[in-house]
Design a binder for this molecule. Structure first.
Ligand SMILES: [Zn+2]
Ligand SMILES: [Zn+2]
Length: 60
């Protein structure tokens, strides 16, 4: 069971579980929207995987 990371691995922007600006690859490398849409261009620099929007974890 992998822990959900709560910050961007590149710029350390805060990405709490409810953030809509978090992107992950299939290995759960975690990135913010600015990095994903900017310098990373939708590709994980760690594993070359495609980055997708991380589902929002709703806390109630
Ligand atoms: Zn970032
Ligand atoms: Zn990755």
């Amino acid at each position: 069971m992998l822990e959900m990371r709560n910050k961007c691995e590149r710029c350390e922007a805060a990405l709490p579980p409810e953030s809509k600006d978090a992107f992950i690859c299939s290995h759960e490398c975690t990135w913010c929207r600015a990095c994903t849409e900017g310098p990373l261009d939708g590709t994980c620099p760690n594993c070359k995987g495609v980055l997708e929007k991380r589902p929002v974890r709703v806390t109630k």
